[in-house]
Design a binder for this molecule. Structure first.
Ligand code: BEZ
Length: 211
């Protein structure tokens, strides 16, 4: 199954390191990051899952919960968490799904057989508070993800869900944003009282409105 932006994130109930979790219930009214990793007790995954754990508060501040998945068992995940704590300074502090029968991996299209036949690749699904998929990322097994980039994209998504803006190349929290071209100049002055700079009629920059 291919999940596209704007689709409702398929709901499921699964066994995790924190007991049985139903995705939509777990996320409640907040945002979520569902991510897969290829295998327990492997080097890149150990660093990634440790960093997600260290950054849990950054996600919580953004009303966002983490949930991971791989085709290993919950028992294996629990054993591996000790290694993550020992080497990365923080063990698992979010649910990690045991998906030995690949139910969740197949539901979310996390297995790319031409890349790895037996395991999930590194996918990320950012899910909005409306349960719609807002962003997807897919990395191969050998390339670790960048958690800073996931937080940055989450900031941009949350901002653009609150204001009629988009974010320019390399935007980061605190930078100017782009006013939606569908907003008239008169309306823009009301919505963005800090004012704006017009580089082109379709390219107007304004200070980040919630700062
Ligand atoms: C890793 O986490 O290092 C890894 C996992 C599966 C395949 C290749 C690398």
């Amino acid at each position: 199954m291919t999940i596209q932006l704007g689709d409702t994130a398929p709901d499921f109930t699964a066994e995790t390191t924190e007991g049985k979790v139903s995705l939509h219930e777990y996320l409640g009214d907040g945002w979520g990051i569902l991510f897969s990793h290829p295998a327990d007790f492997t080097p890149v995954c150990t660093t990634e899952l440790g960093d997600f754990a260290r950054r849990k508060d950054d996600f919580a501040k953004r009303n966002t919960k983490l949930i991971g998945v791989s085709v290993d068992s919950v028992e294996s995940h629990r054993g591996w968490s000790n290694d993550i704590a020992e080497t990365q300074g923080q063990g698992l502090n979010y649910p990690l799904i045991g998906d030995e029968d690949r139910t969740i991996a197949n539901l979310y299209g996390m297995i790319h057989p031409n890349a790895i036949e037996t395991a999930t690749v590194r996918t990320v699904f950012i899910i909005g508070s409306d349960k719609k998929v807002k962003l997807t990322l897919t990395y191969p097994a050998a390339i670790g993800r960048n958690v800073d980039e996931i937080v940055r994209a989450l900031d941009a998504l949350q901002l653009s869900s609150q204001y009629a803006i988009s974010t320019p190349v390399n935007w980061k929290n605190g930078d100017d944003v782009i006013i939606s071209p569908s907003i008239s100049d008169d309306d823009a002055l009301v919505r963005f009282p800090k004012g704006f700079t017009t580089l082109k009629p379709y390219l107007r920059l304004t200070p980040q409105p919630n700062k």
